[in-house]
Design a protein around this ligand. Structure first.
Ligand code: AMP
Ligand code: MN
Ligand code: MN
Length: 330
């Protein structure tokens, strides 16, 4: 990301007073941590901030410093000088948080999704960044914006979760250097990782058992998938946040190239989550065919139809991609 882009954003941040810091529906660690980090830095500058997403703070991330700042948006829209959308590939993924901004003089779009079309007045999209939080870190550090241990803890949680604990391919030497700089503010990495990865409710494992029970493999075991019905979710009493990361069990199998998770939703749609192990099968492109988006190795979509219909259509597309990859390799 160019220095002038960060300068432009810095000037806007310093020149205005009232900010809406927004993130995507069904938030993850990157969205929540990036939102809180930027909000805390702006608060330290004396700015007024609202930090919203459609679902509010998740139980499992409620240990993050100043987690209480992050709430569901109010039903009555408010006016802002500046609205900042973080980690959000397309504007409508802001959901009700978008509707709660009646007006904003300037919209800033800070993100790392390949499918981001560049909405807003100021666009800062770096697809090489493994997490939006890495872009927020650079913004804060290059522009001398307020930085402290609470901000560092939010950024660390965001980067750790979006890189699959520093494993995914976009994790770079810079990512580790940033992590080191964050830890130097006094973070307790052992405690933080326990809160992030060893504090799941028992029902998450019960959900995994249900998913593994119906997993299937196709295309010579190169395509693996499992599904969650509304009925099973209700019986297990699971929350939407419980399934974050479970798809990684499928991707982790030797030979699997693409993993797919289908989740039946209340609104007649199915949430599709997709992971690939190789740039040669771009799951962002596949998900875009179904109205979604994301990154080349991790993407998603919400597809109208019954669970069986959506499974059939999406898996046919995935299998065709994997088949043509194999044909090309043969
Ligand atoms: P998920 O499978 O929900 O963890 O999402 C994987 C990646 O794809 C994330 O970076 C999401 O932001 C993105 N993504 C998921 N669903 C959608 C969607 N419906 N539209 C655009 N991007 C999405
Ligand atoms: Mn995200
Ligand atoms: Mn992200």
């Amino acid at each position: 990301m160019s220095a002038s882009k960060f300068q432009e954003i810095d000037q806007i941040l310093r020149a205005h007073q009232r900010f809406a810091i927004l993130g995507h529906v069904r938030p993850d660690g990157d969205a929540l941590g990036s939102q809180l980090a930027l909000a805390l830095s702006l608060q330290a500058l004396g700015k007024e901030v609202r930090v919203w997403n459609e679902d509010g703070m998740l139980e499992k991330y409620s240990f993050l410093p100043s987690a209480q700042l992050l709430t569901k948006p109010p039903s009555t829209p408010e006016d802002f000088d500046v609205a900042v959308a973080l980690d959000t590939a397309i504007q409508n993924r802001l959901g009700t948080a978008f509707a709660a901004v009646r007006s904003a003089k300037i919209w800033i779009n800070i993100d790392h999704h390949l499918s981001n079309p560049g909405y807003g007045n100021v666009v800062c999209v770096d697809t090489s960044a493994p997490a939006t939080a890495e872009i927020i870190f650079h913004l804060i550090k290059t522009q001398g914006l307020p930085f402290n241990r609470d901000i560092a803890e939010n950024l660390y949680a965001a980067i750790s979760t979006d890189t699959g604990s520093f494993q995914y391919p976009k994790t770079s030497d810079r990512t580790f250097e940033i992590a080191a700089e964050l830890i130097r503010t006094g973070l307790d990495v052992g405690r933080l990782n326990q809160q992030l990865y060893e504090n799941y409710p028992r029902r998450r494992l019960e959900l995994l058992r249900e998913l593994l029970h119906n997993m299937r493999f196709q295309q010579e075991d190169h395509v693996a998938s499992f599904s969650l019905t509304l009925k099973a979710a209700a019986e297990l009493g699971v929350l939407p946040e419980d399934n974050e990361g479970l798809i990684d069990h499928l991707r982790a199998v030797r030979g699997v190239i693409v993993a797919v998770f289908f989740e039946e939703l209340f609104d007649g749609k199915v949430r599709v989550s997709m992971r690939s192990k190789t740039e040669a099968v771009d799951v962002c492109a596949i998900c875009q065919k179904f109205g979604g988006g994301g990154h080349s190795l991790a993407a998603g979509a919400r597809v109208r139809g019954t669970l069986a219909e959506v499974e059939q259509r999406v898996l046919a597309e995935v299998c065709a991609n994997v088949k043509s990859l194999k044909a090309g390799l043969a």
